[in-house]
Design a protein around this ligand. Structure first.
Ligand SMILES: Nc1ncnc2c1ncn2[C@@H]1O[C@H](COP(=O)(O)OP(=O)(O)O)[C@@H](O)[C@H]1O
Ligand SMILES: [Mg+2]
Length: 261
């Protein structure tokens, strides 16, 4: 794609000089140029953990320690969150973990970061659609409501055009679709630059009759050069089938692992 400059075309310059409608004079052209400029802007040079420390609030609906999110409280998550940041070349992060170590919150930090700084279509998958709805109410709504930067970017819940429903949150430059691994329709509903697969051990072997939900979800990302996938699961799931490089996390019984594709 070429970028326009002041010498772009003598014809368009003379058209403008004559007062005719040129490429930068039609109704709404300012808005279009600004949106185009935003699209050309590279993703922020900030890590997900830095973003979380600056902007993330934990709500009382889901957290035992409501208030400001501090990466220092779960320091073993820093490396994982930073692998989810634009500066990292890692495309697939597999987190083999114990319960209650902060994985879902780290994934939610990633969602917040993407809405704020690196927007694109995102698919977040829970084991079932029912759990996806519950996660949306308990975790995603507070994530958005309690960070002004996210509240400003996500369409209000009661807006008429349904940009914000329980299972989809539209924001400038992207959309977060939430679904269950039991719904093939949900998993196929959108191309996705980012996918977050949580609690994979509880996924059914097949989504409806269409096969492995993890493969179905991963297939949504193939057209995105800067795609990123995060998978969180207790060790019960067959996550070791991926060629993982495991890291010990001595402070808790969690193990982090990821693969460079
Ligand atoms: N950095 C943190 N600071 C304070 N509380 C945290 C932090 N990370 C997670 N928590 C809280 O710990 C609990 C477990 O986190 P969660 O992300 O649900 O764990 P997991 O998904 O690994 O089971 C939640 O109440 C969550 O809000
Ligand atoms: Mg969790």
């Amino acid at each position: 794609m070429s970028v326009p400059n002041s010498t772009a075309s003598p014809r368009s310059a003379s058209t403008l000089a004559e007062g005719n409608e040129g490429p930068s004079t039609f109704d709404g052209s300012d808005h279009l140029l600004r949106a185009w400029g935003r699209g050309l802007r590279p993703d922020a040079d900030l890590t997900v953990s830095e973003w979380a420390d600056a902007h993330r609030m934990l709500g009382s609906r889901a957290s035992a320690e409501p208030g400001r999110y501090r990466t220092a409280r779960t320091p073993y998550m820093r490396e994982i969150m930073d692998a989810l940041s634009p500066s990292s070349a890692v495309q697939r992060i597999v987190f083999m973990k114990a319960a209650q170590v902060g994985a879902t919150e780290a994934g939610n930090n990633w969602i917040g970061f993407a809405i704020h700084h690196a927007p694109g279509p995102m698919l977040a998958v829970q084991p079932t659609v029912e759990l996806a709805k519950r996660n949306s109410r308990q975790r995603i709504d507070p994530l958005i409501e309690e960070s002004p930067e996210l509240r400003d970017r996500v369409k209000p819940a009661r807006s008429r055009d349904a940009g914000n429903t329980m299972l989809s949150k539209e924001f400038a430059g992207g959309i977060l679709i939430m679904t269950g691994a039991n719904s093939a329709v949900g998993l196929r509903s959108t191309p996705a630059r980012y996918i977050f697969l949580d609690e994979v051990d509880a996924y059914p072997a097949s989504a409806d009759d269409e096969g492995d939900p993890v493969s179905l979800a991963e297939a949504r990302t193939v057209t995105f050069a800067h795609r990123r996938k995060a998978v969180a699961s207790p060790p019960r799931a067959n996550v070791t089938a991926w060629r993982v490089r495991a890291l010990a996390c001595p402070s808790r019984s969690a193990k982090a692992a990821w693969v460079d594709l």
